[in-house]
Design a protein around this ligand. Structure first.
Ligand code: FE
Length: 264
């Protein structure tokens, strides 16, 4: 009786065993902040849809496509390399999108600030000034045709601004990403309609996460490890005493209650 046999084989297959033994599948990370934390530029509604629907869909697709393959329990970076080597276009697109969104959540923060330290020196060397880098970012993001991503990246010496189309990713390879901004319309359309330049300007001026960019840049110089997808949320800076007290209250609450859906 063929259907029953297939069911039994599937039930005994590597995927169910991997799940039984708690092997890692690719997960949807929590946001590093409340969904409303970036509302000067991106509303809570946008963030919830973007994270809970779009990113979640890419993660589910990766897990479905890698089930019963040799990379089903591999880190997302290895899945991306494997998909590229095996010309698995659908998997590569979904895995690239999953990785880029994980990196995106850490590229944003309610406590933006300014580039500092070695990163600020490198920006001066490569662009002349932070203002010139800002101009390059806004120009590249606004000029990019269709969906994609605009990155600040480094080869370990110089910094650059570049864009990738659709699901193109800097997850693997020699160039190390510092920050990324999502150019897909799902990232901003509810809040900014077709005003991509207004979205990019707000993004740069109010929510770019320079702490995260500096940590990535230090990794490029050999001081620490670059972010990987499994690392999930990068710790957010605490901008004020109120933030600090809120964080302590949050930890205390988490010790007795389950975390809220939109928070760390
Ligand atoms: Fe997106």
């Amino acid at each position: 009786f063929q259907p029953k046999k297939q069911t039994m084989e599937r039930a005994r297959g590597p995927t169910s065993l991997a799940r039984f033994w708690g092997a890692q599948m690719v997960e949807l990370p929590t946001l590093p902040y409340a969904a409303s934390a970036l509302n000067r530029v991106l509303s809570a509604q946008t963030m919830r849809l973007h994270h809970g629907r779009h990113h979640a869909k890419y993660v589910a697709a990766v897990n479905q496509m890698t089930a019963r393959t040799e990379v089903q329990d591999s880190p997302l970076e290895e899945i991306i390399s494997w998909a590229r080597d095996h010309r698995a276009g659908g998997l590569l697109a979904n895995a690239g999108q999953a990785w880029n969104h994980g990196f995106l959540w850490n590229s944003m923060t309610p406590h933006s600030g300014e580039p500092d330290g070695a990163l600020a020196v490198a920006i001066g060397r490569s662009f002349g000034s932070v203002s010139a880098l800002r101009d390059a970012f806004l120009k590249a993001g606004a000029a990019h045709f269709g969906s994609g991503w605009v990155w600040r990246a480094t080869d370990g010496v110089r910094l650059e601004v570049c864009t990738t189309h659709d699901a193109g990713t800097l997850a693997t390879g020699a160039e190390l990403p510092l920050l990324v901004c999502d150019l897909w319309e799902h990232a901003y359309y509810l809040d900014h309609l077709n005003d991509r330049s207004g979205y990019l300007t707000g993004w740069w001026d109010m929510i770019a996460n320079w702490d995260f960019a500096e940590a990535q840049f230090r990794a490029a110089l050999g001081g620490g490890l670059r972010w990987t997808y499994a690392d999930g949320p990068y710790p957010q800076p605490l901008g004020t005493r109120q933030d600090f007290e809120g964080a302590i209250a949050h930890v205390n609450k988490a010790l007795v209650d389950p975390p809220e859906p939109d928070s760390v």
